[in-house]
Structures are given as structure tokens and as C-alpha cells.
Design a protein around this ligand. Structure first.
Ligand SMILES: [Fe+2]
Length: 154
């Protein structure tokens, strides 16, 4: 099923292997997300300037580039950032059965609803995500690593 809330974007480039950091390398970067979230298995980390410089030409506006590390299932949530959209490039999926689930609403109830859209993000593909709708990540087995781009509003 196509998913308008998690749209595959083919115009963005493949990220060179040198920037596909391991879990241990990501953990050594500056973490931006709170200790509470990190304890719950979600971390956002500063990307270095080289990677940001590589991605910047593909966007018309200033961007912020982050590594995202997810080590536990993420219950339904809405991202707290000001931006509506994020671009996400998953390069380590976190297991063969990981699903991302989207809701056409801001409902945060934990059980699956009939209209929920269950998807699998392909490895090393860019997706444009609407992070202001309720979404979750389920069935994580190992660390899930991605590079995330959002408009830099600062
Ligand atoms: Fe999210």
C-alpha cells in the first residue's frame, strides 16, 4: 500500500558508506535528545559537518542533519520538533520484521487500529515523513540506525 505519510523520495542521493556510522560510533557523537528518551531507547545525535555538506546541495533551505538511533520499540508518538516533515534514510533497519505504523490522526492509543497503515522502510532509501501524525516503530530486534534531515529553523 502506498503511504502518503511516509513517501519514498528518489531524488535524494545514496549516502556514502563512510558516513554510515555504527551504533558505537553514533553513541560517541553529541546527543541532542533527553536522557529520558535515551533511557527509553531513542537518541538523536549531531552529524558532522562533512555529512551535512554532502547533503546540503540537495535541499533549497538550510538543513539540520542528525543520526537517529532506536534500540527499543517506539510507541505511538508525535515528534516534538516544530517541523512537520523529516527526511529519513535508514541504513540499519533493526531487524527483518521492523514495521513503521502511521495513523491519519494524532491518536496515541497503544493498540493497533483498523485504519493504521503498516509499512516497512526499505534499507538505504530516503523517505519523507509526516511526523505530526501519530506513528510508531515496532518489532525492533537490534539497533536501528538512520540519518535524518529537517529544515533548520534556528
Ligand atoms: Fe517519530
Amino acid at each position: 500500500m502506498t503511504n502518503p505519510y511516509c513517501e519514498k523520495i528518489s531524488e535524494l542521493p545514496q549516502i556514502p558508506d563512510q558516513y554510515l556510522l555504527t551504533e558505537d560510533q553514533i553513541i560517541n557523537l553529541d546527543r541532542l535528545s533527553s536522557d529520558t528518551w535515551w533511557a527509553e531507547g531513542y537518541g538523536s545525535f549531531m552529524a558532522n559537518n562533512e555529512l551535512t555538506d554532502f547533503i546540503r546541495p540537495y535541499f533549497s533551505k538550510p538543513i539540520a542533519v542528525r543520526y537517529q538511533l532506536i534500540t527499543k520499540d517506539r510507541p505511538f508518538h508525535i515528534d516534538t520538533c516544530a517541523q512537520t516533515y523529516k527526511y529519513n534514510y535508514v541504513y540499519k533497519t533493526g531487524g527483518a520484521n521492523v514495521k513503521t505504523i502511521w495513523r491519519e490522526s494524532t491518536d496515541l492509543s497503544t493498540q493497533l487500529l483498523d485504519d493504521d497503515i503498516v509499512t516497512t522502510c526499505n534499507n538505504r532509501c530516503w523517505y519523507k515523513l509526516n511526523v505530526k501524525l501519530s506513528h510508531s516503530v515496532m518489532d525492533i530486534e537490534t539497533a536501528r540506525c538512520s540519518i535524518t534531515v529537517k529544515e533548520d529553523l534556528e
